[in-house]
Design a protein around this ligand. Structure first.
Ligand code: ASP
Ligand code: MG
Length: 468
């Protein structure tokens, strides 16, 4: 028995044309699989609007949520009007009304209370997925398939960490078996709301922003899917950001750890944690383009075969600052790094890259620029004594720094990748301000000033990836 789980992201269901195209894809593939489950996101931008509406209501603003609700009504009515032309298929209109009325009622009480609790935020944020699941199911019915919308509140059981709930796999598996398996056995295509779950008591939760992939992975795992396909608006995971590098290409196969490095270093295609359930089970996962469905996309597997010495992608993260702590008195003194990073953590800043040379005369690390001021201050306070004694000379920061990362498990155990990378930068006269390589040897990161970032990415792409 073959099972396929597919998920459509926000832009793939973001307009009538997109939904129509997504439905074509579902119909085309439903022939080839015994069981097919479809997960849908909210239309692009809808979750943002819903969240804004709730936050505005909590700050005393009565207009915004009303405007958002009527915008969303118009937007979804427009989609229904375009797509659902047969009279029997127009029932989603009533659901659009119902969900948006609920949403307005929630915002009204948030406005009265002056507070948006995480629980209320989830009730509101889940509306976009609920509406889209109804529209998609109705469209498939109209086109002659058997399909039914299913709220993931009936399937995915989570803890009560609202806005970033953690799924509880055992009860989820039981619910999926009870609710989805019989539908699938009858040849029905369930259209499940992504992003949404519920506590054991049935209170709506969400899995975190952008996490409808997670929903697909959870269902793929619970249903023992043969494959999971993530439909998005790009041809797959690319060798570089195509806006920066027009010659960027689709990467045919990536391993899970490479996806992890890429996601961490700024490629927004997939969040590695969200796909872990399927990768751990060895279920292949594909990233495909709804708007170019014949392109095979990127296949993500647990372990990829790599040609030694090759690199798969280069990415950049912007908006960073580099903090340096320097002083000759740090040499051989234990605890300086621990205290430094405790001070960083006390400010809630996340560190993206660290480097310390073995001379131990400086430690430097990169953090988002919006956290740099409190971090530098916290370190100065922590090191007040060392600064006074001149064991530490100074703590300083440099803004407008970008991390450029070269990713590929093929560099593991193979000399030369670093040399080619730095050679490419040297040729272009680009100065590197800091370097780090993890011992997993799956990536090399280097910091450059923002003015050099685009050039650095382009040079590495042409010299190291295309000529690899
Ligand atoms: N609609 C949700 C969001 O925008 C989930 C998703 O699209 O993955 O965050
Ligand atoms: Mg989205």
């Amino acid at each position: 028995m073959s099972t396929l789980t597919m998920k459509f992201g926000g832009t793939s269901v973001g307009s009538a044309e997109a939904i129509s195209q997504a439905a074509d894809i579902v119909l085309e593939h439903s022939q080839d699989w015994d069981r097919l489950v479809v997960v849908v996101s909210a239309a692009s931008g809808v979750t943002d609007s819903l969240t804004q509406a709730a936050l505005a209501a909590s700050s005393g603003d009565e207009q915004t949520y009303e405007a958002v609700v009527s915008d969303l009504r118009l937007r979804h009515y427009g989609v229904v009007d375009t797509l659902l032309t047969s009279s029997g298929a127009r029932s989603p209109l009533a659901m659009v009304d119902r969900y948006l009325e609920e949403c307005a009622a929630f915002c009204r009480s948030i406005h009265v209370l002056g507070e948006a609790t995480p629980r209320a935020m989830d009730a509101i944020a889940s509306v976009g997925e609920r509406i889209n699941a109804r529209i998609m199911a109705a469209l498939l019915l109209q086109r002659g398939a058997r399909s039914e919308a299913v709220d993931a509140t009936e399937l995915i059981v989570t803890d009560a960490t609202f806005q970033k709930a953690i799924p509880l796999m055992e009860p989820t598996r039981a619910q999926v078996t009870a609710r989805l398996v019989p539908m699938l056995a009858e040849g029905v295509i369930p259209i499940v709301t992504g992003f949404v779950g519920a506590t054991r008591d049935g209170v709506t939760t969400t899995l975190g922003r952008g996490r409808s992939d997670f929903s697909a992975a959870i269902l793929g795992d619970c249903l023992d899917s043969d494959e999971v396909w993530i439909w998005t608006d790009v041809d797959g995971v690319m060798t570089a950001d195509p806006r920066l590098v027009p010659q960027a290409q689709v990467i045919p196969v990536l391993s899970y750890s490479e996806v992890g490095e890429l996601a961490y270093f700024g490629a927004k295609v997939l969040h590695p944690r969200t796909i872990r359930p399927v990768i751990e089970r060895g279920i292949p996962l594909w990233v495909k383009n709804t708007f170019n469905p014949t392109c095979p996309g990127t296949r993500i597997v647990r372990e990829a075969q790599n040609t030694p010495g090759t690199v798969k992608a280069v990415t950049a993260i912007e908006g960073l600052s580099m903090v340096t702590i320097e002083g000759r008195g740090m040499m051989g003194v234990p605890g300086i790094a621990a205290r430094t990073f405790a001070a960083v953590a006390s400010q809630g800043a996340s560190v993206l890259m660290i480097s310390q040379a073995s001379s131990e005369q400086s430690i430097c690390f990169l953090i988002p620029t919006d956290t740099v001021q409190p971090v530098v201050q916290a370190i100065e306070e922590e090191m007040a004594l060392e600064l006074k004694r001149r064991d530490i000379d100074r703590v300083w920061s440099l803004d407008d720094v970008v991390i450029v990362t070269v990713v590929g498990a093929g560099m593991r155990g193979t000399p030369g990748v670093a040399a080619r990378t730095f050679g490419a930068l040297g040729q272009a006269n680009i100065n590197v301000v800091a370097i780090a390589q993890g011992s997993s040897e799956c990536s090399i990161s280097l910091a450059v000033v923002a003015d050099n970032a685009a050039n650095a990415v382009q040079q590495i792409h042409s010299e190291v990836i295309l000529n690899g």
